[in-house]
Design a protein around this ligand. Structure first.
Ligand SMILES: Nc1ncnc2c1ncn2[C@@H]1O[C@H](COP(=O)(O)OP(=O)(O)OP(=O)(O)O)[C@@H](O)[C@H]1O
Ligand SMILES: [Mg+2]
Length: 278
């Protein structure tokens, strides 16, 4: 009888230990699940924070560029327009006073005409800079061709282009973004790359547009942080995001510069208006 009791006790102990072990295993599994979940959430948070910081940087660069643009426009207006209008005003007052000899009258009149011509030319240049009329009237292909030809004619750099761009493939707003990107790329090739040649390519395939730009200048080391100070490349990145484009920059010291942008299905969610994000 006693033997039976001890055997029963042994079974109960084994069952209890088994249950305890199972409980412990369950607890360990729960703990493992909880900790790994926490890690995943932490990683996701880190990723989101990185994306938010990146977006903040892009917004910051857009704001700084806008401020720079405003300053430049204010300077242009002050130096080119106001200064010349002052000359016109002074000379017009001389005419009004009427105490001029005939030869002085001719001189003052000529000064007014000259200053008026210059003011008109300045106003045209400022407006042209804000929104190139050719882009508005004829579209992206013609605007890039004109830009490239004007650089080639100035002999700073020879620019070739191969633009298989169907009219109005992009909205006006997107055409302006791509045009500003081309402007920045050409300026960089001249300023930094000291390139003799560059090429602009556009092809459209299915619903996508593939853009590439290469120069044969000195290039630069992409990983070197000293090349990450400028606003130009950051703006290109922001505009690429607005164009819903993947982009890739390839450059090494002494191998020139290359950028490709793949604009994916640009007609999706389209608003055919210029936006004011210059
Ligand atoms: N085509 C290029 N050839 C050689 N170096 C380049 C080229 N494009 C860019 N870089 C390098 O990358 C840096 C960053 O260019 P980014 O356009 O962002 O700035 P930036 O031209 O110096 O200034 P910003 O565009 O704001 O006036 C440049 O300073 C230059 O060192
Ligand atoms: Mg630049």
């Amino acid at each position: 009888m006693e033997n039976l009791f001890t055997k029963e006790n042994q079974v109960i102990t084994i069952v209890l230990i088994g249950v305890l072990l199972l409980l412990l295993m369950g607890l360990a599994l729960l703990l493992f699940f909880f900790l790994s979940r926490k890690k995943i959430i932490q990683k996701e948070l880190q990723k989101k924070n990185l994306a938010i910081n990146h977006q903040k940087e892009m917004i910051q660069s857009i704001i700084v560029t806008q401020e720079k643009e405003r300053k430049r426009i204010a300077q242009d207006l002050h130096d080119d327009i106001s200064a010349k209008l002052n000359v016109i005003n002074l000379n017009a007052n001389l005419l009004k006073d009427g105490n001029l000899k005939p030869e002085e009258y001719t001189l003052v009149n000529d000064a007014i005409l000259k200053a008026t011509d210059k003011t008109l030319e300045s106003a045209r240049k400022i407006a042209h800079n804000l929104l190139p009329p050719i882009l508005d009237k004829f579209g992206l292909k013609e605007a890039i061709e004109e830009l490239a030809d004007s650089f080639s004619n100035s002999r700073k750099i020879a620019i070739d282009y191969n633009l298989e761009y169907p009219k109005e493939f992009l909205s006006k707003a997107k055409e302006l973004h791509l045009f500003r990107i081309v402007q920045e790329l050409i300026n960089n090739s001249v300023r930094h790359g000291k390139a003799k040649n560059s090429v602009v390519n556009i092809v459209t395939k299915n619903k996508n547009l593939l853009f590439s730009y290469t120069d044969n200048g000195v290039g630069f080391d992409i990983d070197d942080t000293k090349h990450q100070k400028g606003l130009g490349m950051k703006n290109i990145e922001s505009r690429a995001a607005l164009l819903n484009a993947n982009f890739l920059v390839e450059s090494q010291k002494n191998t020139g510069f290359e950028i490709t942008l793949n604009i994916i299905n640009p007609l999706k969610n389209e608003h055919n208006k210029y936006c004011n994000c210059r």
